[in-house]
Design a protein around this ligand. Structure first.
Ligand code: ADP
Ligand code: MG
Length: 273
């Protein structure tokens, strides 16, 4: 006999995978975020756009637990990120809690940060072996699948210095995927690349978006890519979401003056929308 199960109510909407609830963050006396709230649904692809200094990187770094928050709450997959339950209340998260939560999230940065003295495959297997206790054989088998996905299977034994910037970013993406995160964060991952190398990295992200249900948050100045990729675009300015909506709305018919002038500037700078 099957165990009784409770089917979800037909109208139940899924819970957000990321809930950002009134977070604030200052660096010294400078307040970057002041009561920011936003939700992300499982599998959603978000593009975060906005002028330099608007807080986009800070938000991703906070989600990755590379920066702390001063106030507010973040829940990932229904679990508090910076707090833990204790005696019916919440207390600040321990390092062990942060470590466990961090494994749900992968991040790729603007500047390739591969370990320079490790081969491509060792770059990818290191975290699963160290943090999850995965055997070398299993970690390498998974790494080869990921290298295949990013079109770099023939470079498994190469050293980072032998790779182009585009190849390094594809390895950085494979490395971040090695812990099978539910959420992937991309911070201007093509900004430091020569123009002819941008497309190969965008293609990997496109593939990830098309072929997996990974929740993806992407900070980018590639407006053409954001247009095709994103389910929702959020325009940030001064640490706030000034405007958000589907790409066709934000790019073709932005309502806010600040969004309009930002898009004008970015087109003038040679970016495609
Ligand atoms: P964006 O990614 O949108 O360009 P950031 O999140 O990097 O913006 O930065 C937002 C603001 O916070 C900027 O004014 C930046 O100078 C400041 N900032 C970011 N990180 C630090 C830090 N570690 N110390 C001091 N100020 C910082
Ligand atoms: Mg940034």
């Amino acid at each position: 006999m099957n165990a009784p199960t409770t089917p979800p109510a037909p109208d139940a909407s899924p819970a957000p995978i990321i809930e950002i609830d009134a977070i604030s963050k200052s660096f010294g006396t400078f307040q970057v975020l002041n009561g920011l709230s936003m939700n992300v649904m499982p599998g959603e692809k978000l593009a975060l756009i906005g002028p330099s200094g608007s807080g986009k990187t800070t938000i991703l770094r906070i989600l990755m637990t590379l920066e702390s928050i001063d106030d507010g709450h973040i829940r990932i997959d229904g679990e508090e990120l910076y707090h833990m339950p204790k005696n019916g209340g919440l207390v600040p998260a321990s390092e062990a809690h942060l470590h466990r939560m961090r494994q749900k999230i992968g991040m790729v940065f603007q500047l390739f940060n591969l370990f320079p003295h490790k081969s491509v495959i060792d770059n990818i297997t290191l975290a699963p072996m160290l943090t999850k206790g995965t055997s070398r054989a299993d970690a390498e088998a998974r790494a080869m699948e990921l290298l295949d996905m990013v079109g770099m299977a023939d470079k498994a034994k190469a050293m980072p210095a032998q790779l182009s910037g585009g190849q390094k970013q594809r390895i950085a993406i494979a490395r971040a995927l090695a812990l099978s995160p539910k959420i992937m964060l991309f911070d201007e991952v093509t900004s430091a690349l020569d123009p002819e190398l941008v497309e190969e990295v965008l293609n990997v992200m496109r593939k990830l978006a098309d072929e997996t249900d990974t929740t993806m948050l992407l900070v980018t100045h590639e407006m053409g890519f954001a247009h095709d990729f994103a389910d929702r675009v959020l325009f940030f300015d001064g640490g706030r979401i000034v405007e958000e909506g589907p790409p066709e709305e934000i790019f073709s018919n932005p309502k806010e003056e600040r969004t309009q002038s930002f898009l004008k500037k970015i087109i003038a700078a040679g970016h495609r929308v």
